[in-house]
Design a protein around this ligand. Structure first.
Ligand code: NAD
Ligand code: TDX
Length: 332
């Protein structure tokens, strides 16, 4: 495939993908990342300079994007404003990056006739009841709840329209909740791990009955590479690893793995419009493309993630105080 342009490659899942590509393929990678509060150069540290180049810039900058598409063989689009709680506080950057940014990339893909893979989320489908026997599939109707998920839904629909109207060579994947190294401390799992390291009690929204379907970021990366290599143009693939857990159970497991009492956490104010449950049926990518996750055991993946945060305090410590100060203003 040659040179991959990876937008948002200095963020959590994008940087995991860049590491995965360097380990498992011969491709070179150009990362386009604005280095917002969520992007860190340090997430790409140690990668060979001859294989990975970082361009600091905005996906809404059409001129910059045009030049990078001209030099790319294929594009993987991770860049986004990604945090639901931030989208409830200030939705505007979500519209700019997730909608206008995706539009800007699609126009460049159309002009240069480049293959593009769009990364999206299971949150576009809304939420499920706890006792619903069904899970999300590729044909579940869109029903997003938050400003974040509605802008991701909008970006998916733009991709579908550019495929149908302009023949753009695109695929889409909607993945469940990721965990692993390099995840910002604003997110649920790293927030609780770094709280325990700092001697702060973990914070559970509401009763903690909400269910998320966890997948290791490296399994997400292998699924994206599989779609890039063998996916059908115009198709959507759901990515998941059968990892449903309620939030209360995850907090208790983190405390136990870190040698603390399973009850040593606080219930805090619930998220507005909090989705109850996400669950992915990933039969299509498994049967049609032969993909399967490697990290089948959530508990050992979580233990490795805890170790990573314990040994990489220099990576996360400068973000921690600001994040906790923000949550304190929200009673969370
Ligand atoms: P993240 O917030 O950790 O990283 C986002 C990256 O995009 C950052 O490096 C940031 O600097 C960059 N960025 C933001 N705005 C930009 C802009 N205008 N121009 C260029 N770069 C910009 O997010 P993440 O959790 O790694 O999510 C990556 C993608 O995966 C997103 O599209 C998200 O919707 C999707 N996704 C995430 C999850 C999850 O569990 N985190 C699950 C499914 C899908
Ligand atoms: O301190 C917390 N306490 C808590 O109980 C935080 C930060 C979160 N929560 C809850 C809210 C959710 O039910 O934990 C769950 C997970 O929260 P987040 O990490 O914020 O993830 P979520 O809102 O589920 O969205 C994530 O998965 C889908 C990513 O942030 C999105 O980018 C992705 O699309």
């Amino acid at each position: 495939m040659g040179n991959l342009l990876v937008t948002g490659g200095a963020g959590f899942i994008g940087s995991n993908f860049v590491h995965h590509v360097v380990r498992n393929t011969d491709h070179t990678v150009t990362v386009l990342d604005k280095l917002t509060y969520a992007g860190k150069r340090a997430s790409l540290a140690g990668l060979p300079a001859g294989r990975v180049k970082l361009v600091v810039g905005d996906i809404c900058d059409a001129e910059l994007v045009d030049g990078l598409f001209a030099d790319a063989d294929a594009v993987v689009h991770y860049a986004a404003e990604s945090h639901n709680d931030n989208s409830l506080h200030d939705p505007r950057p979500f519209l700019d990056t997730n909608i206008v940014g995706t539009y800007t990339l699609l126009e460049a893909a159309r002009k240069h006739q480049r293959r593009i893979h769009h990364i999206s989320t299971d949150e576009v489908y809304g939420d499920l009841e706890l006792d619903d026997p069904d899970r999300f599939t590729e044909s579940t109707p869109y029903n997003p709840s938050s400003p974040y998920s509605s802008t991701k839904a909008g970006s998916d629909l733009l991709v579908r329209a550019w495929v149908r109207s302009f023949g753009v060579q695109a695929t889409i994947s909607n993945c469940s909740n990721n965990y692993g190294p390099y995840q910002h401390v604003e997110k649920f799992i790293p927030r609780q791990i770094t709280n325990v390291i700092r001697g702060i009690r973990p914070k559970l929204y509401g009763k903690g009955e909400n269910v998320r379907d966890w997948i290791h970021a490296d399994d997400h990366s292998s699924a994206v590479l599989t779609i890039l290599e063998r996916g059908t143009i115009g198709d959507t693939y759901l990515i998941g690893a059968d990892g449903e857990r309620d939030n209360k159970g995850v907090v208790e497991l983190i405390l136990e793995l870190m040698g603390e009492s399973r009850e040593a956490y606080d219930h805090v104010r619930d998220r507005a419009g909090h989705d109850m449950r996400y669950a992915i049926d990933s039969a299509k990518i498994r049967t049609e493309l032969g993909w399967a996750p490697v990290y089948a055991d959530f508990e050992s993946g979580l233990a490795a993630t805890i170790d990573w945060y314990r040994t990489h305090e220099d990576w996360w410590s400068e973000s921690k105080d600001g994040v906790e100060a923000f949550y304190a203003t929200k009673g969370q």
